[in-house]
Unconditional design. Structure first.
Length: 306
C-alpha cells in the first residue's frame, strides 16, 4: 500500500508530492508480486516462485523424505513444487535408511534418476550417509552433488573434528599432523634406544634374561666360553651371562657333543639353560642346571637332528 502527501516549502516556494510506502509488518503479509495478504495468508493462493526457477510453498520448498531401502540404488523422493531439473537447484533430503548400494541415484518427483556424486564425478560410496541423516544436494550437469555430510565414523564417510591428542582412543576424531609427528618422534630410531621398562636408553640395557649390553648388540654377544672341563660348572656359566660361544676344539666341555658347534647360554639368576648345535653332525643338544647341579657328560640330551 502507498500514501501520497502534498508538501510546500514557503522559503523556497518548492512544492510537490511525496509517495509513502507502507511496509509489511509480518512475514505472512509478503507475496511474490504487488499487494499484500493478511496475517492468515488468505490471499497467498499462488505459490512462491523464483527460487532456482522452481515453485513451491515457502514452508515445504526443497525438502523431502526418502524412504528407499538401504540396498536399493535407485532412491526416490517427492518434493512439492519441483517440476524440472535445473543447474543450481538445491534440495535437502532426509534419508530414512543408510545406503549400502553402490552407485546410488536420486529421482525427484519422477523426473528421472540422476547419479549422486561426492565431488566432481566421484560416485557417493556405500555408507555415505547414516539412517535419518538430512543431506544437502545441488543439481549440476546431470547429477546431484552432495555439498556436505554428517559426522564421520569408522563406518560412515563425513565430517570429523581434528584432535591434537596422542592418547585418545576415539574412533570419530582425526589426528592432526602434529599429533602424528609427536608419536613418530617418540618411536626409537635404533634398537639400542629400547629399554625393558619406562623410558629410552642410548647406552647399556639391562634385565634381558639377566644379561647386560646394548640391545642391538646383545643378540650377537660373543662371550668367552669355558675351555677346560674342570671349569665347566653352572656357577661359571652363570657368571658369564647370556650369550653364545663357537667351539672348534674338542674336549672343552664335560661331554662336549661335537668338536664344532655353537653353544647358546641362557642365564636367569643362578639358573642356566644351554643349547649346543653341532655343525658337522647337525645334532641339537641341551642341558640345564642350577647352583646345586654338578654336570656330567650324560646331561647333554639330543633333541633334534637337522
Amino acid at each position: 500500500m502507498e500514501k501520497r502527501v502534498r508538501y510546500y516549502n514557503p522559503r523556497t516556494g518548492e512544492s510537490g508530492e511525496l509517495i509513502l510506502l507502507e511496509l509489511p509488518g509480518a512475514l505472512g503479509e509478503f507475496t511474490n508480486d504487488a499487494g499484500f495478504v493478511d496475517a492468515a495468508g488468505a490471499a497467498a493462493a499462488a505459490p512462491v516462485q523464483s527460487v532456482n526457477g522452481q515453485t513451491g510453498a515457502v514452508d515445504t520448498f526443497c525438502f523431502g523424505d526418502c524412504t528407499t531401502a538401504a540396498g536399493t540404488a535407485a532412491k526416490l523422493v517427492s518434493i512439492p513444487g519441483i517440476t524440472s531439473y535445473a543447474d543450481g537447484l538445491c534440495i535437502h533430503v532426509r534419508f530414512s535408511n543408510r545406503n549400502t548400494a553402490s552407485s546410488p541415484t536420486l529421482n525427484v518427483n519422477g523426473l528421472g534418476a540422476k547419479p549422486i556424486h561426492r565431488y566432481g564425478t566421484t560416485v557417493a560410496p556405500t555408507y555415505f550417509w547414516a539412517a535419518g541423516e538430512v543431506v544437502e544436494l545441488v543439481y549440476y550437469s546431470g547429477a546431484w552433488k552432495v555439498t556436505k555430510g554428517g559426522a564421520a565414523t569408522t563406518t560412515y564417510y563425513g565430517l570429523t573434528k581434528l584432535s591434537d591428542s596422542t592418547s585418545s582412543t576415539s574412533t570419530s576424531l582425526a589426528a592432526t599432523a602434529n599429533a602424528v609427528k609427536t608419536v613418530m618422534d617418540a618411536i626409537p630410531t635404533n634398537v639400542s634406544q629400547l629399554n625393558n621398562d619406562a623410558g629410552y636408553l642410548t647406552t647399556a640395557v639391562e634385565s634381558v634374561d639377566g644379561g647386560t649390553g646394548a640391545v642391538d648388540t646383545w643378540v650377537q654377544r660373543n662371550i668367552t666360553g669355558i675351555t677346560d672341563p674342570a671349569d665347566d660348572t653352572v656357577e661359571n656359566w652363570a657368571a658369564l651371562g647370556t650369550g653364545w660361544v663357537f667351539y672348534n676344539t674338542a674336549d672343552c666341555l664335560i661331554g662336549q657333543p661335537n668338536q664344532w658347534g655353537f653353544l647358546l647360554n641362557f642365564v636367569s639368576g643362578t639358573d642356566v639353560w644351554q643349547i649346543f648345535k653341532a655343525q658337522s653332525t647337525g645334532g641339537i643338544y641341551y642341558r640345564s642346571g642350577n647352583q646345586s647341579t654338578v654336570w656330567v657328560a650324560a646331561d647333554w640330551k639330543q633333541i633334534a637332528t637337522v
